[in-house]
Design a protein around this ligand. Structure first.
Ligand code: ZN
Length: 411
């Protein structure tokens, strides 16, 4: 293992030892205190390696500055990774397992639980022969989403600080909270951060670049029924339970998360609650194209109107709430971030894919706040569960790509 990978690995091991699971049920920011203490741990390390202006703010965002080493003009570039891990699977007591110089074939994660990384569970791993692979031990997720991103950025910063002869402009670093709950980045002070553009290092496979994402709304359908004794209900009762079921099953089968992929949009019905008096259906609308997105919402509104006609005794209402929008158009209008990124990927001979994420990214929200922020790979796969693994070789490549960006940005 070379020096870069060694350092990235040592950091990953140190970072995943701290349980920073975020909590989607919490109403405070950050959602868990552990993120604050991890923030202070990272801040101490940032000061130790020589970063300037290191700060932890009231929410737990950690920021620091890698000062310019040249007087030439250069944009201020931001680098982001998130500190929290998802609550979908155990993130406590993570024990990373290193598989040095992977020989190919299956990797047994847990014999006892019959967990194996193979062609079915980790197709891309099969192509990583010779790489240094890290997995968990079957009891937890690995946490390389996104502690690998933090390790990459920290190792790059340390490298550049120990090589002042490498000319680069100012680089701002931020480690962020509550990415997995989607509730953190809204509290980040983009103005104060004052970067010209930025990158989140939170993508999966080698070469994956997210430069677009869904347009996203949530919705709630409120159904108020008309209840009475079932024995004398004929012609009178409007039953919210049945109406809710009717709405959900009337939505077209080919516009669901489980039947779509790539740039196809969907509606996810995620929660139904209620009884004979009233019911509530909650869901999400997702579509990459803004015009199609509006059509999707109209389709749901039309469906509600049909059900109003079918159940005149009931009251059925729908409300939408904006969640985030596709960053693609803004990245096209302010192309410097993507131009430098593509040049760096080519220089480092990385086959890359510009993808539209089937989800949101913190970068999408920051892009809309005025900081163009595409997402680059960190080098992990199967996040959010026990089959999560990462390649230290991929992570090292991410580091080199970021270094090329920072160097090439000097005019
Ligand atoms: Zn992540």
């Amino acid at each position: 293992m070379n020096d870069f990978q060694q350092k990235i690995y040592q950091r990953l091991v140190r970072y995943v030892a701290v349980d920073t699971t975020s909590d989607p049920a919490s109403t405070v920011t950050p959602t868990t205190d552990a993120q604050i203490s991890f923030a202070h741990q990272l801040a101490a390390e940032m000061k130790k390696i020589g970063l300037a202006d290191v700060e932890v703010d009231e929410y737990g965002f950690v920021t620091g500055l890698l000062a310019a080493t040249t007087d030439k003009s250069a944009p201020t570039i931001g680098l982001f990774a998130h500190m929290d891990t998802v609550s979908d699977y155990n993130g406590h007591d993570i024990r990373p397992v290193l598989h040095e110089n992977y020989k190919g074939g299956p990797i047994v994660i847990s014999e006892q639980k019959n967990m194996v990384l193979n062609e079915q569970t980790a197709a891309r791993l099969m192509k990583c022969v010779g790489d240094n692979i890290v997995t968990a031990d079957g009891n937890t997720l690995l946490g390389s989403d996104d502690k690998l991103g933090i390790a990459i950025i920290m190792t790059l910063a340390e490298h550049l600080l120990s090589h002042p002869e490498i000319a680069h402009g100012p680089v701002k670093i931020a480690f962020t909270i509550d990415e997995e709950t989607g509730t953190g980045i809204g509290y980040f002070d983009v103005k104060k951060f004052a970067a010209d553009f930025a990158y989140t290092v939170d993508g999966a496979n080698l070469g994956d670049i997210d430069c677009g994402n869904f347009n996203a709304d949530s919705f709630v359908i409120h159904i108020t029924g008309k209840s009475c004794h079932p024995g004398s209900a004929k012609g009178f009762m409007a039953n919210p339970v049945r109406i809710a079921a009717d709405i959900v099953t009337s939505w077209p089968d080919d516009k669901l998360p489980e039947t779509t992929e790539g740039e196809e949009g969907f509606i996810l019905f995620k929660d139904v609650t209620g009884g004979l008096e009233k019911a509530e259906v909650q869901g999400l609308v997702r579509e990459h194209d803004l015009t199609k997105f509006a059509k999707f919402k109209q389709l749901l509104i039309n469906l509600i109107e049909q059900k109003r006609a079918k159940y005149p005794a009931a009251k059925i209402e729908i409300e939408f709430k904006e969640q985030y929008r596709n960053m693609r158009d803004i990245l096209r209008a302010r192309p410097q971030a993507m131009e430098l990124l593509e040049k760096a990927l080519q220089e480092n001979k990385i086959e890359y894919r510009l993808t539209q994420a089937r989800g949101g990214t913190d970068g999408a929200q920051m892009t809309f706040k005025g900081l163009p922020t595409p997402n680059i790979f960190a080098g992990y796969e199967n996040p959010h569960g026990p089959y999560e693994w990462c390649s230290l070789n991929w992570a090292e490549k991410a580091l080199h790509v970021l270094q090329s960006i920072v160097q090439n940005a000097v005019k």
